[in-house]
Unconditional design. Structure first.
Length: 218
């Protein structure tokens, strides 16, 4: 059976590492006999470039929320010349939007909290997700350039919002996620990988690549 190489960013958070491992394990449980190999593009080992040479028949599924630098450079370089297909990242996707909506409490205003990036495609994806949240959420970043989450929350308070919710557009626990607890909002949704639907999304990406690959060989 084709191997599923799940590629996450990586985190120094023990809890975040455990969440990513649980996500990979959940994917494997849903598909009996499927070889799921979890690797990373940063911070943790093994790196995707070390795992790819160990398999002959595989599909890479980026456990990332947009097609940014890590997909276009790190993962692309790791599979160059191998013929191993790379699926679309997990986001943006209706499954993730539905997860955010399920976990959002009643609020006067919503901040979509995302990792920062200078990649215009990434920022466009984040803005697109924010536009689909109730009231048209405002985007706040936890790193990089752009409005920071605490500043966006403070601005909404100044504009009269009594209840501000943070919709977390982060996959797992870590420094970025923990910073949201002190951003001044009334509530923070959990990391996306805590939703069981995300494991099915990973398998959906994997299966779509298999169908495309088979079709190209006919």
């Amino acid at each position: 059976m084709t191997t599923l190489i799940a590629v996450a960013h990586g985190t120094r958070s023990a809890n975040g590492r455990r969440q990513l491992q649980e996500l990979a394990a959940s994917v494997a449980r849903r598909r009996r006999g499927l070889d799921v190999r979890l690797c990373y593009v940063d911070v943790q080992e093994p790196k995707v470039a070390d795992v790819v040479p160990t398999v002959t028949d595989a599909v890479v599924v980026p456990l990332l929320l947009s097609c940014g630098y890590h997909v276009r450079v790190d993962i692309a370089e790791a599979v160059a010349g191998t013929g191993i297909p790379v699926t679309a990242p997990l986001g943006p996707d209706p499954v993730l939007l539905a997860s955010l909506l399920r976990n959002l409490p009643d609020a006067d205003a919503i901040v979509l909290a995302a990792a920062g990036s200078s990649d215009p495609g990434w920022r466009a994806d984040v803005a697109g997700v924010a536009a689909q949240l109730p009231g048209g959420a405002r985007v706040g970043y936890v790193s990089g350039t752009g409005p920071r989450v605490p500043d966006v929350v403070a601005q909404l308070r100044a504009e009269g919002a009594q209840r501000v919710a943070i919709a977390t557009y982060l996959l797992a626990d870590g420094l970025f996620y923990r910073s949201l607890a002190t951003a001044g909002a009334d509530s923070v949704t959990p990391p996306l990988c805590r939703d069981v639907a995300v494991a099915d999304l990973v398998l959906g990406r994997f299966d779509s690549a298999l169908l495309t690959t088979v079709g190209s060989r006919l």
